[in-house]
Design a protein around this ligand. Structure first.
Ligand code: SF4
Ligand code: SF4
Length: 298
C-alpha cells in the first residue's frame, strides 16, 4: 500500500476549498517562498522542533542523543547542533515536557482515509471534502494518487493544493481523480518569481494554462506580501484574465509561522514584514476585480 510523509491532518478546515474539509499536509517542497508560514514543510524528512519555554531542564535529551547534538552554549543556553542531528527523534520521544517535538510521520493510505472518512457527514452537509496540501503534495505522486482514488471510491470530493512546479505529466496522472485544483500564483515576472520563491514561474504558468485547457476546475490562490510581491499584482491580474478561474483568493501575509522558524533554528526571512492593512487588501482586490475576476480575501 502506498505511504508518504505528512506533517499534519487538520479537520474542519474552512480555508482550503469549499465547505468543511479535512486538509492533509504533505511534507517536502521544491519552492522556498520567503513568506512561507509552514517551514516544517520544506524538508521531505521528519524535523525536530525545540521550544525552550517548555524545557524543564531534566537533561534527558543530553543523555539519550547518540550524536551529542544537545549542547550548552557559552552563556549556558540549551542549543541543538543541527549539523550533528541525524533526525532519529529519540530525544523528542523521551522529552516528557513536550519541549522537543517530532514533526512529520510516515503514514499509509488506510491511515489517512480513516481520518478523512470520520467526517464524511460534515462534507456531505457542507459541500466539503478532502484537500491535499503541503508542502507540495504533488511531489509524492503515488501516495497522492492512491488517496485521490480512495476518496473517489468513497464519494469524497477532493481538492489538490499545489504551487504547480512539477512536470505536466504529474497533473495528467491525477487530473481524472481530482475535483478541484487550488493553484498558487505568486508573481507574474519569472525573474521576480525566482527571487521570491527560488524558482522561475515558466513551467508553473505553462501547467496552469494546460490545466485550464484540459477543463480542470481551478481556484487561484495568490499571497499578498506588499513589500515583496505588491508590484506583481497587475501582472498577475493580466495572466488570470486569460485563465478565467472560478475564483481568486487573496491570502494576505500573516505572522503565524514565526515561532516555527525559531523552533527549527531557521532564519525567518519575513520576521520584520508588516501585515497588510485593510485598505491595501481592498486596493489589491479592486485591481483583480477590475480585470473581470471573481476575487475575495481568503
Ligand atoms: S528532555 Fe526536554 S525537558 Fe528535558 S532537557 Fe531536554 S528539552 Fe528540556
Ligand atoms: S533527533 Fe536524534 S540525533 Fe537529533 S538531537 Fe534528537 S536524539 Fe540527537
Amino acid at each position: 500500500m502506498p505511504s508518504g510523509q505528512i506533517f499534519n491532518i487538520q479537520r474542519f478546515s474552512v480555508h482550503d476549498g469549499p465547505g468543511a474539509r479535512t486538509t492533509v499536509f504533505f511534507k517536502g517542497c521544491n519552492l522556498r517562498c520567503l513568506w512561507c508560514h509552514n517551514p516544517e514543510s520544506f524538508s521531505p524528512k521528519p524535523d525536530l522542533e525545540f521550544n525552550p519555554q517548555k524545557c524543564i531542564g531534566c537533561g534527558t535529551c543530553f543523555r539519550v542523543c547518540p550524536q551529542n547534538a544537545h549542547t550548552l552554549d557559552a552563556s549556558g543556553r540549551h542549543t541543538i547542533d543541527r549539523t550533528q542531528c541525524q533526525h532519529c527523534l529519540v530525544c523528542a520521544d523521551q522529552c516528557y515536557a513536550g519541549a522537543l517535538k517530532a514533526v512529520g510521520q510516515t503514514v499509509d493510505t488506510d491511515y489517512v482515509m480513516k481520518q478523512i472518512l470520520s467526517d464524511k457527514d460534515y462534507y456531505d452537509r457542507s459541500g466539503g471534502g478532502a484537500t491535499f496540501s503541503g508542502g507540495e503534495c504533488m511531489l509524492q505522486l503515488e501516495f497522492l494518487e492512491s488517496l485521490l482514488l480512495s476518496c473517489r471510491e468513497a464519494s469524497v470530493s477532493t481538492a489538490v493544493d499545489t504551487a504547480g512546479n512539477v512536470p505536466f505529466e504529474s497533473f495528467e496522472r491525477i487530473l481524472p481523480l481530482t475535483d478541484l485544483f487550488l493553484f498558487d500564483v505568486k508573481a507574474a515576472d519569472p525573474v521576480r518569481h525566482k527571487e521570491l520563491t527560488g524558482v522561475s514561474n515558466e513551467r508553473i504558468l505553462s501547467n496552469l494554462h494546460r490545466l485550464r485547457d484540459a477543463g480542470a476546475r481551478i481556484i487561484i490562490r495568490s499571497p499578498l506580501i506588499p513589500s515583496r510581491n505588491g508590484d506583481q499584482i497587475e501582472g498577475i491580474a493580466r495572466i488570470l484574465r486569460d485563465i478565467r478561474p472560478e475564483l481568486v483568493e487573496l491570502l494576505p501575509f500573516h505572522k503565524l509561522g514565526s515561532s516555527k522558524y525559531a523552533a527549527l533554528d531557521l532564519p525567518d526571512p519575513c520576521l520584520d514584514e508588516a501585515i497588510p492593512d485593510k485598505d491595501t487588501v481592498d486596493r489589491v482586490l479592486q485591481i483583480l476585480r477590475s480585470a473581470g475576476l471573481n476575487a475575495r480575501k481568503s
